[in-house]
Every structure is written in C-alpha cells, then in structure tokens.
Ligand binder design. Structure first.
Ligand code: SF4
Ligand code: SF4
Length: 183
C-alpha cells in the first residue's frame, strides 16, 4: 500500500512524582489526575502525566488512500533508545521541527496517541495503569511492564525511508496487561 512518513512527536519528558499539589487534606486523598481536567492541571502535573514510554517518538506510516496510520519500530533520531528520553528536549525543534508539543487540545485531536499514553487515558476518562510512575512511585515500572520502547527500536539514522515498511509493528498500539505481575 502507498505509504508516506508520519512524523514522530512527543512530550517525552522525565516522569515526575508527587505533582498533585492538593491544598485540602480531603483533596490529597484523590490523585490530581482523577479530580482535575487536563486544562486545570499545573505545568508540573501535566508533565508528570507522561509515563516516559516513548511510544510517541516512533515513526509512523500513513496510508495515502485510507488514512490508516501504522507504527514502526523506528525511533526518532533524538531518542535515547535505552532510557527512552529525548536527548535534547529543550532544543529538540532545532533538530526535529515536526515534533508535536502536546497540550489538552492536541491530546484530544491526535488519533494516533498510543492507548497506553497517560494523556490519552485521562482525556478519555480512564485511570492510569499500575505501571505508570505516578501510581507505582517508580519510573522503572514503565520499562519493567514492557510498556516502554526500551530495547525494541532501531534509530531512524540507520534506516532509509524506503525501508520503513519493513519495520511496521503492532505493539505500540496495543494495551498492556491489566494487573501487576506477581512477585
Ligand atoms: S524530538 Fe525528542 S521528544 Fe520529539 S519525537 Fe524525537 S525523541 Fe521524541
Ligand atoms: S506516548 Fe504519551 S506517555 Fe508515552 S512518552 Fe509519549 S506523551 Fe509520554
């Protein structure tokens, strides 16, 4: 099928813990992502919703005829493939001008955000999964649960565009296991 490149994007910032900032004791019992809309969140709270999976930093391909978007295992050239962090987030647009910044509006507009994405989950009225750093308290659980792209990608620097179709994968669009692993 005829395909065209679809830009990688992200807000793959470092997950931050304890960003609720609730003022009343009773409010502190309810996590901020359950009681605030995306628009009501502070910058710190917003940034902490990113689980650091880096799925959105993968290149995508779009079918010219149908508009269908498929994922590839080809990562943005700025992605650290082990840590799943952007290697130059503050200056990323100097190198990747089409890295799309996420805000409440774009989160509700983009159709290709992974189903595991913290922003998408909250925008659609769901809770965060057990492995989200805000829930687990541990930034490593997104990797331990197999949600992140760590160890599963190849850099776009190493792949000619005409070979992208050879790297189409389904897992970035798949949901995780519902429960935490035993032990
Ligand atoms: S520029 Fe950085 S944040 Fe944007 S897609 Fe690439 S690695 Fe991800
Ligand atoms: S898919 Fe969502 S949660 Fe994962 S790195 Fe991108 S913005 Fe963050």
């Amino acid at each position: 099928m005829p395909l065209q490149g679809k830009d990688a994007h992200d807000a793959a910032t470092s997950p931050q813990q304890d960003a609720a900032g609730a003022s009343a004791p009773e409010a502190e019992e309810v996590p901020f992502w359950k009681r605030l809309t995306l628009e009501e969140m502070s910058t710190e709270q917003w940034e902490s919703l990113c689980d650091g999976c880096a799925r959105c930093c993968l290149n995508k391909l779009e079918d010219w005829d149908t508009g269908e978007i498929v994922w590839t295992a080809i990562a943005c050239e700025l992605l650290d493939e082990d840590t799943c962090r952007c290697r130059d987030y503050p200056n990323r647009h100097d190198f990747v001008p089409d890295c799309i910044p996420l805000d409440p509006k774009t989160v509700r507009t983009l159709t290709w955000l992974p189903p595991t994405c913290g922003y998408r989950l909250i925008a659609e009225g769901h809770d965060l999964y057990w492995w989200h750093p805000l829930v687990s308290g541990d930034p490593e659980t997104v990797h331990e649960a197999g949600i992140s792209t760590s160890g599963r990608t190849i850099s776009e620097s190493d792949i000619p565009v005409e070979e992208y179709e050879d790297y189409i994968v389904a897992w970035p669009g798949e949901l995780p296991e519902p429960e935490a692993p035993k032990g």
